[in-house]
Design a protein around this ligand. Structure first.
Ligand SMILES: *Cc1c(COP(=O)(O)O)cnc(C)c1O
Length: 495
């Protein structure tokens, strides 16, 4: 049976999965949601014996119903291969009776790789299926992690080009080095003189530029988006929750049907939404624990039912969670309204115009699957130090937020249900913050010295992603003012 996708904001015609992947966002500004969340097609016992790739097929085929078996298996095989530094793709580390699901074994050592290594293949397959002959141009603004993961995913994928804009002085030195050393003739990386919001606004403008779109079409190009609201990113993220449960079952850590909790360090609400979808597919998950850093919009929302972005933006040591508008939350809100697109559209209008909305008491009741809390900078840092000193395990700053929030959850509720924490980045990606959390003596050590020191104290080899940039030549030196972004795109495409 074919599963179609609808917008969260109107009754526009439902589209196939491949069309939703190509479009990214619905024309009315809403997000695509499946008409119904499908059930798992096989038992957890059967899943327990599957490889990551096999489990990925079982989960994704329920959503991408207009892909043939061959097409989907081909996308999966191309994505989850030697690019990952372990055959199991998403291994789990047991630390103090809690399971850290490590989602950072891909090319750029952050969890964005889990979806961005398959998205390019889903996208070109979707283009073929819909007879799109044009070359697809991915346009992205990044505050660090997404840009590199998208570059790595799309580099040298035939039929695509990718342009990434980042704030020249707004990303970490390692993040910048990762991007400007990117290989691939179809890639372009540009530092803009402005902040992340300027980059984001500029990209949105380009997406909406009709005149540019027409000239691009004449030359055989069309824009597409690798943004985290694309269902081509959401669906692959459901896989690892199912896989993690199946592995716990296989290793007899849990009994069949036993419920587990899941803790997710959250920014745009994509990763935790995938866990919510997994639960609704029938995966035995009890609580979905949403962990925020000091940008605690979501914690406030879960406690009061009021979403309010009107507040100061805090720069933290977990920058990928420094977000005041969690775009993917709209999919949950839509569900809380009982899939009432008009109600949802009205709330999103209030968010757009006033930066705030309130949900009804009735909707609030539906939130009981979730628990929200936040961790301060000090709490996260001391969690890194404590876990390292007690166990030798070193986690990154984002995972530390989740781990610290989980401690609060246990204190609050006394709930000792077995728990999986989504570990979203390698500590090597945020070496300086991690090492300084462990000991202030590292404050004056040089970046790559710190990397070696981290490897020594954690007993983990330096990941290839970091070794590469030590010596890799800079390939991208393009910079521009925020008014010049269009010109840069035109030059790259030869318009
Ligand atoms: C993107 C990111 C997050 C937040 O994930 P969302 O899906 O946006 O909630 C957390 N940690 C890291 C390291 C990330 O890169």
């Amino acid at each position: 049976m074919e599963l179609l996708y609808r917008s969260t904001r109107s009754t526009q015609e439902a589209v196939t999965a491949s069309k939703a992947i190509l479009k990214g966002l619905s024309d009315d500004g809403g997000l695509f949601v499946p008409e119904k969340i499908p059930a798992l097609g096989c038992s957890l016992k059967e899943l327990a014996d599957m490889s990551y790739q096999e489990a990925a097929y079982e989960v994704m085929k329920q959503y991408l119903t207009d892909f043939t078996e061959e097409e989907l298996k081909d996308c999966i095989a191309k994505a989850y291969d030697e690019k990952f530094d372990t055959d199991v793709i998403a291994p789990m580390a047991e630390v103090e009776r809690t399971y850290y699901l490590e989602l950072f074994h891909g090319k750029t050592i952050a969890f964005k790789d889990m979806a961005l290594s398959i998205l390019p293949h889903l996208m070109i397959t979707s283009a073929k299926k819909n007879h799109v002959e044009k070359e697809i141009v991915i346009l992205t603004a990044t505050s660090g992690d997404t840009g590199k993961a998208a570059l790595a995913g799309f580099a040298d994928v035939p039929g695509t080009r990718i342009i990434v804009f980042y704030p020249k002085n707004g990303v970490s030195p390692i993040q910048e080095k990762q991007m400007v050393t990117q290989k691939g003739d179809n890639t372009l990386v540009v530092g803009i003189h402005g902040n992340f919001d300027d980059a984001q606004t500029g990209v949105k403008k380009l997406f909406g530029d009709r005149e540019l779109a027409e000239r691009m079409a004449e030359k055989g190009f069309q824009f597409s988006s690798a943004n985290s609201i694309n269902i081509g990113r959401l669906v692959p993220q459901i896989v690892y929750y199912v896989y993690a449960y199946a592995k716990l079952l296989k290793e007899e850590q849990i009994a069949e049907g036993e419920k587990i909790n899941v803790v997710v360090p959250t920014g745009n609400f994509g990763n935790i939404l995938a866990a919510f979808y997994a639960k609704n597919m029938g995966l035995p998950i009890a609580k979905l624990i949403c962990a925020s850093n000091e940008n605690k919009v979501l914690y406030d929302f879960f406690s009061t039912g009021c979403y309010d972005r009107n507040r100061e933006f805090v720069l933290t040591t977990s920058p990928s969670m420094d977000i005041l508008i969690s775009s993917n939350l709209e999919r949950l809100i839509y569900r809380l309204t009982g899939e009432d697109y008009a109600k949802n559209a009205e709330l999103m209008r209030q968010l757009q115009e006033n930066g705030v909305y309130h949900i009804s008491e009735e909707m609030k009741k539906e939130l009981e699957d979730f628990y929200g809390n936040f961790a301060t900078e000090e709490e996260s840092a001391s969690q890194i130090k404590k876990i390292y000193e007690d166990t030798g395990y070193v986690m990154d700053t984002h995972t530390a937020v989740a781990s610290a929030v989980y401690e609060k959850y246990k204190k609050d509720t006394g709930d000792m249900t077995k728990t999986v924490i989504a570990s979203t980045a390698s500590p090597f990606k945020f070496t300086r913050s991690v090492m300084c959390a462990i000991d202030s003596k590292y404050e004056n050590m040089e970046d790559f010295k710190l990397v070696d020191e981290l490897s020594r104290i954690s007993n983990v080899p330096v990941p290839a992603a970091i070794e590469e940039i030590r010596t890799a030549p800079v390939r991208h030196q393009c910079q521009c003012g925020k008014e010049e972004m269009k010109k840069v795109v035109e030059d790259f495409l030869g318009l």
